[in-house]
Ligand binder design. Structure first.
Ligand code: TA6
Length: 296
């Protein structure tokens, strides 16, 4: 299918009726639905679907840099702003990564223009797959096809759709994250200073913009009100970004509605603190697997 700007999108469906929609704009997953048709990812009603704008919602891929820290002026790098292509002949992955799954393989290579601002030739292969049980998996393979090493950061900037996060005083509508307890984190709201998490779980009462370091490979987001638990499993992605802009910052983000921060929570599997270095010919693989448990 095509979006309203003529950009191709691929819809993955599993036999039970769960689905995922992937746009070639950014190689971005824009929708992930359960077999009951419930949308699990947040997309802003003000999202702009025209490159070079990045789409506010779903799972933008931040590459080759996260945030503004790095050689590029472009926040979060250029991968999310580019049109990717379908890779019809991807190098094989482990059979368990394809068997019984609906999947699409995408490819991003740097343009002449990209090479001027980031002079490193690479091939970024992304496989998005939807399994029979509704699990959504994103596997990134990044290869250095240059004659000198390069380093990069990466994040799957996942916008989860949640019930009202600002309501967390009421025990019934609590949104919380488990798996980040006792970890060190960098706080973007405090000059990237390093702190150690003290709480048992992470709950929300104001804006949060943090990079949790060296996290376990499984973390969970509990959404009490919606009776949903998202489970994030990851490999090769040691860090976890947690972001919610809250009320004041939302007003400064033009492609986010003033009240929409209540319905979103970004929790990213990422490799940020220690950039990944690839020698010529080397390839890195990072994997993110998302699932949801509905209890009702
Ligand atoms: O930590 C996440 C973050 O870097 C925040 O600072 C926030 O601005 C967010 O990403 C979204 O970035 P964007 O460029 O999409 O507005």
């Amino acid at each position: 299918t095509k979006d309203r700007n003529g950009i191709d999108q691929v819809v993955l469906r599993n036999p039970r009726g769960a689905s995922a929609r992937v746009s070639l704009h950014g190689g971005q997953v824009l929708s992930w639905r359960t077999d009951r048709g419930e949308e699990l990812l947040f997309t802003s009603s003000k999202a702009i679907f025209k490159p070079p704008h990045a789409v506010r919602g779903g799972i933008p891929i931040c590459f080759p840099q996260f945030g503004s820290k790095g050689a590029l002026d472009q926040k979060h790098g250029f991968a999310r702003n580019k049109i990717w292509v379908i890779d019809n002949d991807p190098p094989p992955l482990h059979p368990s990564d394809s068997h019984g799954k609906a999947c699409v393989d995408l490819l991003l290579k740097p343009s002449e223009e990209d090479l001027k601002i980031w002079p490193h030739s690479f091939e970024f292969r992304l496989r998005v797959s939807l399994a029979a049980d509704g699990y959504l998996t994103l596997i990134s393979r990044i290869r250095n096809i240059n004659c000198k090493p390069f380093s990069f950061s990466i994040a799957y900037h996942t916008n989860f759709s949640i019930s009202d996060i600002s309501y967390n005083n009421c025990a019934d509508s609590e949104v919380r994250i488990e798996g980040l307890e006792t970890l060190d984190y960098l706080d973007n709201l405090c000059q990237k200073e390093r702190f150690t998490e003290q709480g048992d779980t992470i709950t929300f009462e104001s804006g949060v913009d943090r990079v949790y370091l060296r996290s376990p490979n499984m973390i969970a987001i509990f959404d009490h009100e919606r009776k949903r638990t998202f489970v994030i499993r990851k490999e090769g992605l040691p860090d976890v970004v947690v972001w919610n802009p809250w009320e004041r910052k939302s007003k400064s983000i033009s492609d986010l509605g003033d009240e929409e921060y209540k319905q979103m929570l970004c929790v990213d599997g990422a490799a940020i603190e220690k950039p990944i270095t690839l020698k010529p010919g080397e390839e890195w693989t990072g994997r993110l697997e998302l699932s949801v448990v509905l209890s009702s």
